[in-house]
Structure formats: structure tokens, C-alpha cells
Design a protein around this ligand. Sequence first.
Ligand code: KG4
Ligand code: ZN
Length: 346
Amino acid sequence: QAQRTLLGIESSCDDTAAAVVRVADGEAEVLSSIVDSQTDLHAEFGGVVPELAARAHAEKLDLCVEAALAEAGLGLSDLDGIAVTAGPGLIGGVISGVMCARGIAAGAGLPLIPVNHLAGHALTPRLTDDLTFPYLMLLVSGGHCQFLLVSGPQEFKRLGGTIDDAPGEAFDKTARLLGLPQPGGPVVEGRAKSGDPKRFRFPRPLLDRPGCDMSFSGLKTAVLRARDALVADQGGLYEIDRDDLCAGFQAAVADVLAEKSRRALAEYMALNPAQPMIAVAGGVAANTAIREALQSVAAEAGAGFTAPPLRLCTDNAAMIAWAGIELLNAQVPPTDDFSARPRWPL
Ligand code: KG4
Ligand code: ZN
């Protein structure tokens, strides 16, 4: 099929999103991508409240879909199908998205394609770059952190990952410890720009151990201790302290991700010497310092590097529509027979 146009729907965490992606003559184009973030809704609670998230998704999904179609200048009859995140994620939100997609698909007689949210992230570099299978993927977000050997739209092999927190979670918790707003990632990154990364030397866990597994929970404890020591010492935190703590924290995360990527890349290249390539995706891939660290790891190893633009790194529905197109292209049949899954490992 020369042309395919899919609507994507995403609601697995705290962003309600809808997007239209079209592939024509091998060229993919994001015709629209609407992301309605619930950041303000959860702000006073210091984290995502599942019940509030589910209700907000249910309220906003129809509007997001309408906006995505309007921005693309298309109606339902122009679509070839609907791809929807069926998991993993907060179950209430996933169910809202699946119900919305089911309703529209049934009403308009459109095929439905259930998509794994992680596969959506992991396939995004193929939407934005000329990237063929296989490639090594570092998927780093608020809930996930893993190295994947990606060989097809449904073929993922895990080479290692975090044994506790995901880096995004560590960014968010660090922001909270320092009295900074959520989501912590962009805020900590902004603070780190004016900070001294060498003032605080935070641990780089598991670097002394072989393999590609990582650990980030000790890092936030280290930030907590450094904060408490400063408070005990000087009666509080100065802005410069916050900047330096953020810089030290981000440097530690970047170091761990870089070193483990070096190992994962070596492991991957031993298996796939003809296609040396590392891609990064997920919300934390929006971090410039981390992107640059990974880019130099790739350059040192003589491998290519690609990362989707920032707006396609954090949660969005274009990646879900794109994953749907990938599945259809791979002859995976659409189906109405699936349920929302809170857990769904790749
Ligand atoms: O992929 P995503 O939107 O949602 C999940 O599936 O988790 O990732 C969100 C996570 C949050 O923890 C957020 O703080 C983090 O990605 N994040 C960042 C940056 N932008 C978002 N972390 C570090 N630096 C950033 N610039
Ligand atoms: Zn995500």
C-alpha cells in the first residue's frame, strides 16, 4: 500500500494526546500532534494521581482527537485506521484511551491497532530518521530505562536496564527534594546549566559491575543527604546550591547512561557489526546534556547516533500512530479483540 493515514491515541500517563501520521511513497509525515498535559492538575500533589488522571483523560480525549483531525485538515473518512496505546501504563488512563478509540473505530468502521507504549517510543527514530532495523535503542523515560536490540516492529530484545528507579523518576524526585516544580526533568536541566557539576560528587552506581544494568535510586538519596547537610550547616538552601546540586545530579545520570551505553553498544556491535547504530528515545532523551554524552559515546565507537526531536521524545500520539503504521506494514492484522494492560513488557 503506497499511502496510509492513521490516527494515534495516547493516554497511558499524564498526557492526553492525539495525532495524525501519514506515510506516502515511503515518506512519513506528522500531519498533527496534539498533547494536552496534566502537569498543572497534579502539581499540588507532587506526583501523578491515577484517579484524577483517568478522569481528565476521559474528559479531554474527544477534544484532542477533534483538534488532531482539524489540524491535519482531515475527517474520519480520510483515515485508514486508529492506533491506540493499550499499555503499559496507569490502567484508568489506558482504558479511557482504548474506549475512545473503540467508539470512533466502531462508528466509522475503521480498523483498530493496539500499540505498546514502549514500542511507540522505541520505533520513533524510524519516523524521524532514515533508520533501518536492527539498531540499539536506549529507552529512558519517567517509568522506564532499558537497552533494547530492535530488529522489527515487534522484535525487541532487552540487553539490560534499571534495577530500581527510572532516570526520569530520579529527575522528578530530585526536583521535589529541592523544592522545584514538576515535571522535574526540564527544571533540573535548566538549573544544571548555571550550576557547577564538580561541587558535589554523587555516586555512579553499578559502574564497577559488568553488564548493562543500571541503578538510580541511590542517587536521589545522595542528593537528599547533600541537601540536609547544607541545611544543617547554613540553615537553608541558596539558589546556587540548588543549581550545583542539579548539575552534580545530572552529571552523574549522564555518566552512568554514557558508560552503560558504551557497554551496550559494544555488545550490540559484536552481534550486528554491519549496522553500528544507537538511538535514544523517551522523555529523558529530551535532555541535551544526556543526548550529547550519548552522541560522543557513539562517535568514539564509530557508530551512528539518532534521537527524535524533543516533542517526539516525551509522550505523544504521533509515535503511537507511527507504531500502528509499522505494524500494518509488517502485516500484523488489526484487531478489536484486546484489553488495556497495566503491565506489558516488550
Ligand atoms: O516519556 P515520558 O514523557 O513519559 C513516560 O513514559 O515516562 O517521560 C517523562 C519523564 C519525566 O520523568 C520527565 O521529568 C522526564 O521524562 N524529562 C526529562 C526532560 N524532559 C522530560 N528528564 C531530563 N531532562 C529533560 N529535559
Ligand atoms: Zn512514555
